[in-house]
Design a protein around this ligand. Structure first.
Ligand SMILES: Cc1cc2nc3c(=O)[nH]c(=O)nc-3n(C[C@H](O)[C@H](O)[C@H](O)COP(=O)(O)OP(=O)(O)OC[C@H]3O[C@@H](n4cnc5c(N)ncnc54)[C@H](O)[C@@H]3O)c2cc1C
Length: 370
C-alpha cells in the first residue's frame, strides 16, 4: 500500500455534481476527486437528454433552475469558449385524456402559452392531428452542451491543482481525530471533509461512512435513437413531450431521441434499456405522430436518482462529522448543476450562499429527513 494522500476535501464521484463542486472549491481548498470508473461522466452525466427546462420540477428545482440560468448564460469564456445553451423550445401536446391537464399546465407555469393545432403542426409537421387535441409552447427551453460543461469544469479543476483519480472505488472509511481515512483498492486518503457526489450510489456510499441512508432511489430512464423521418429537416424542431410524461421526443442532429419516460426503481448499476419498456414507449409516441417507427438505431438508459420528496440533498450530514451530501438530483442534475455546485462550495467554505439560493437551503438540507 502506498502512502496516504492528504487533502482538504475528498469528492466521491466524477459526474457533473462531483466535478462541479471540485471546480468551485479548487481555488480555496486542496481537492481530490475519486471516480470508480476509468473515465469521468460514465454514468448519468454521460447519458442525459441534455435539455434545460426552466419549468421542470417542483418549486425548489425551479428555484435552482432560475439560479442556474445566469451562470449558464454569463459563462466564463475561458472555460467555455462556445455557448453552453442553444435555443430549442418545448412543445407540449395532449390527447383527449390530457386536455384538462394541459389547461392546468398552462395556468401554473410561467412563459407557457396555449397554441392551436395548426401552429403546433407548423413547428412539427409529423404530429398526428387526429390524436392531438391541445398544445402549448414555451420558447424558454435550451439544449445544454453537457460535455463542454463537464470538460470545462474538469479543466478548471485540473488547472487549480485538483487530482482526479479514476478506477478508484471508495470501499471503506473511518473518522480518526477529525479526519476521514478513506480506502480504495490501492490507496488511503486523509481528508477533513468528504463530499458524497456518487449519484445512484449515494445511499450506499453514506453507509460506508456510517451515515443514515436517506431513501435515495435510482430510477431507470431509457432513450431510443431513431433516424429522422425521411424528407423532414428536424434540426429546428422543438422538444415535444406529452403533458402527462408518457413520452418525449428531442431532435438531435439528424436523429430523434425518443424516451418512454420510464421511472423504474432499480438498485444502482450500469443501466441499460429494457426492450419491452422501449417498445411500449415507442408505441405511445407513434400514436401522436404520422410517421411509423421503422428502426431503432441504438438505445441507452441511465439512473435518475430521487430523494423521497424529489428534491436534491445538499448539505452536511447532521449526525456524521465532515460528511457532505450532494445527491438526489433526479432528472434535473445537469440544468441545476451551476447553482448546486456554487451552493455546495459556499456551505463547505462556511460562507453564505447567494441570496437567490439561500432561501432554498432548509428544503435541500439532509436535516429535513430528521
Ligand atoms: C436518460 C436521462 C435523461 C436525463 N436528462 C436530463 C436533462 O435533460 N437535463 C438534466 O438536467 N438532467 C437530466 N438527467 C439527469 C442527470 O443526468 C443527472 O441528474 C446527473 O447526471 C446526476 O449527476 P451526478 O454527478 O450526481 O451522477 P453521476 O453522473 O452518475 O456520477 C456519479 C459518479 O459517482 C461514481 N461513484 C459511485 N460510487 C462510487 C464510489 N464508491 N467510489 C468512487 N466513485 C463512485 C459513479 O461511478 C459515477 O460516475 C437525465 C438522466 C437520464 C438517465
Amino acid at each position: 500500500m502506498t502512502d496516504a494522500i492528504k487533502t482538504d476535501v475528498l469528492v466521491i464521484g466524477a459526474g457533473i455534481a462531483g466535478v462541479g463542486v471540485a471546480a468551485a472549491l479548487a481555488d480555496t481548498h486542496k481537492v481530490v476527486l475519486l471516480e470508480r470508473e476509468d473515465q469521468p461522466g460514465y454514468h448519468s452525466t454521460g447519458r442525459s437528454a441534455a435539455i434545460f427546462l426552466p419549468n421542470y420540477g417542483n418549486d425548489v428545482i425551479r428555484g435552482l433552475n432560475r439560479a442556474s440560468a445566469p451562470l449558464f448564460e454569463h459563462r466564463d469564456i475561458n472555460l467555455f469558449p462556445a455557448p453552453l445553451l442553444t435555443p430549442r423550445g418545448s412543445l407540449t401536446v395532449a390527447d383527449e385524456s390530457g386536455v384538462a391537464d394541459m389547461e392546468d399546465f398552462v395556468r401554473n407555469h410561467e412563459g407557457v402559452v396555449a397554441i392551436g393545432l395548426d401552429q403546433a403542426l407548423d413547428m412539427v409537421p409529423i404530429l398526428n392531428r387526429d390524436y392531438i387535441k391541445a398544445a402549448c409552447y414555451q420558447a424558454g427551453a435550451w439544449d445544454i452542451d453537457v460535455n463542454a460543461l463537464h470538460q470545462g469544469w474538469l479543466r478548471k479543476a485540473a488547472t487549480l491543482g485538483v487530482q482526479l483519480h479514476t478506477k478508484s472505488e471508495v470501499t471503506g472509511a473511518e473518522r480518526v481525530a477529525g479526519q476521514w481515512h478513506v480506502r480504495t483498492a490501492g490507496r488511503t486518503y486523509h481528508a477533513r471533509i468528504v463530499v458524497n457526489a456518487s449519484g445512484g450510489w449515494a445511499d450506499t456510499t453514506a453507509s460506508l461512512f456510517g451515515a443514515k441512508r436517506l431513501g435515495l432511489t435510482p430510477m431507470r430512464r431509457s432513450i431510443a435513437v431513431l433516424p429522422a423521418p425521411d424528407g423532414y429537416d428536424t434540426r429546428g424542431w422543438p422538444l415535444v413531450d406529452d403533458v402527462n410524461e408518457a413520452w418525449y421526443m428531442k431532435p438531435d442532429g439528424g436523429r430523434l431521441f425518443v424516451s418512454p419516460c420510464d421511472e423504474t426503481p432499480v438498485d444502482p448499476h450500469d443501466a441499460f434499456a429494457d426492450d419491452m419498456v422501449l417498445a411500449e414507449g415507442l408505441y405511445r409516441y407513434e400514436q401522436a405522430v404520422t410517421v411509423p417507427v421503422t428502426r431503432v438505431e441504438h438505445s441507452w438508459a441511465g439512473l435518475r436518482t430521487f430523494a423521497p420528496d424529489r428534491t436534491p440533498v445538499a448539505g452536511f450530514d447532521g449526525a456524521v462529522d465532515g460528511f457532505f451530501w450532494l445527491a438526489g438530483q433526479g432528472g434535473y442534475g445537469i440544468q441545476t448543476s451551476p447553482a448546486l455546485s456554487a451552493l455546495a462550495a459556499a456551505l463547505i467554505r462556511g460562507v453564505a450562499p447567494d441570496a437567490i439560493i439561500e432561501s432554498l437551503l432548509p428544503k435541500l438540507s439532509p436535516a429535513r429527513f430528521g
